[in-house]
Write a protein that binds this ligand. Structure first.
Ligand SMILES: [Zn+2]
Length: 399
């Protein structure tokens, strides 16, 4: 394994960054996290409860604590020790996880441990509502999000990636809705493990996903761009390979409700991050990310994991002077101090700080020491940039 991420220069840079943050945080009101744009209702949208509403009253500014984080805030790591996909053992582990029963047993253990550690979920969730639609993020396992999307006029609902069936069923019962569809972004157990149990409890529920991805209990395979209605809601499936060969994202059409499009991105795209390239090339992932970005800047991003703090910290090591990134980092820090969820962001916001969406930016090229070759196609160069960012992220471990 290359040791680039542990090089003294990188450690020094991280320390310097910590000092810079200290100065910024000590600067007082100007350094306070601003209310993110994702919380502002899009034109014509009636938000009944704002998904990222800040509590009233003065907010304590974050202060540098252990490892540069305030007390009570912890990184949610994107990978555990020994699960580095860059190492042969990581490749072997991935093969066992996806192709044998060991994967399912590992998932069951994950569920058990997470229920013990987080009896009320790893994060404090808040529903996001606009006229006729309610989106309920459900924190499951140690860092996943499932979602319950409800057509409030008919009480019909769809679940996205219901990995812990107990948590999703509890939400269904609390909301008093009928589960009509499960949309599964990909085959990994932490996104699909609850399909069977929920289908047993909801006999008319269909499971949608790509036939390319061996999704457990799949009943209705979807092709690229296919649309599915659930009550008054319309979802469109988009094939977005890269993380897995059959990865799909789902886009809820917000227009009939006067709302923005909602992207349920699974492991394609996270706040300031993207999924690992387990089953695809950087070129494939770049095309999938470009496809998602075509949905428009006001699109709300609902990712499959709570990785925001770690991903933003990593991004800030690449771009030392990006005010949008610093502002989001401070806001996310505050959210995590209160164990609050950090989604949704918007695709417009993501373009300002997510390095995987900034492969065209000269400042990122300079940070990575990459230059476009003579005659190299711009997209081929962007894929090379994406590959390098991904490589560094795979090696990165939060302090
Ligand atoms: Zn995955």
């Amino acid at each position: 394994m290359p040791r680039g991420c542990r090089a003294p220069a990188r450690i020094a840079m991280a320390a310097a960054l910590g000092s810079l943050r200290g100065l910024l945080l000590a600067a007082g009101p100007a350094a306070r996290p601003a209310r993110p744009r994702c919380c502002l209702p899009p034109p014509g949208t009636r938000l009944l409860r704002q998904s990222c509403r800040r509590p009233a009253g003065p907010q304590p500014g974050p202060e540098p604590g252990q490892g540069g984080l305030p007390e009570g805030v912890e990184y949610i790591p994107t990978r555990k020790k020994g699960k580095n996909p860059m190492k042969p053992v990581g490749v072997a582990w991935y093969s066992l996880y996806t192709r044998t029963r060991l994967g399912y047993l590992f998932y069951q253990r994950q569920v058990r441990k997470a229920r013990e550690r987080y009896p009320h979920g790893h994060s404090v969730s808040q529903p996001c509502c606009f006229s006729g639609v309610k989106i309920l993020p459900i924190p499951v396992l140690s860092n996943n999000y499932s979602y319950l999307v409800i057509d409030t006029s008919s009480g019909r609902a769809a679940a996205i990636d219901p990995s812990d069936p107990l948590a999703v069923q509890a939400a269904i019962e609390k909301e008093g809705v009928m589960l009509e569809a499960i949309f599964c972004t990909h085959k990994h157990w932490d996104h699909s493990g609850g399909n069977a149990e929920l289908c047993q409890q909801h006999s008319s529920c269909k499971v949608y996903g790509s036939a390319l991805d061996s999704i457990p209990d799949l009943t209705n395979p979807l092709t690229d761009r296919e649309k599915v209605s659930v009550g008054c809601l319309t979802f469109q499936a988009l094939a977005t390979p890269g993380h897995t060969v059959g990865h799909m994202v789902y886009v809820l059409d917000g227009e009939p409700f006067g709302g923005p499009p909602c992207l349920f991105s699974g492991d394609l795209l996270f706040l300031s991050g993207c999924g690992r390239l387990f089953e695809g090339s950087a070129e494939t992932m770049l095309a999938s990310l470009d496809l998602a970005m075509g949905l428009g800047e006001d699109t709300l991003l609902w990712p499959g994991h709570e990785y925001a703090l770690e991903c933003l910290t990593f991004a800030s090591l690449l771009e030392l002077d990006n005010p949008a990134l610093d502002q989001k980092w401070r806001w996310v820090m505050q959210q995590r101090q209160e164990k609050r969820i950090t989604c949704p962001s918007t695709l417009g916001e993501e373009q300002t700080y997510n390095p995987f969406l900034r492969t065209h930016r000269p400042e990122l090229h300079t940070a990575l020491g990459l230059r476009q070759g003579a005659g190299e196609h711009p997209n081929a160069f962007r894929a090379r940039v994406l590959k390098e960012v991904r490589r560094r992220k795979d090696l990165y471990k939060a302090p």
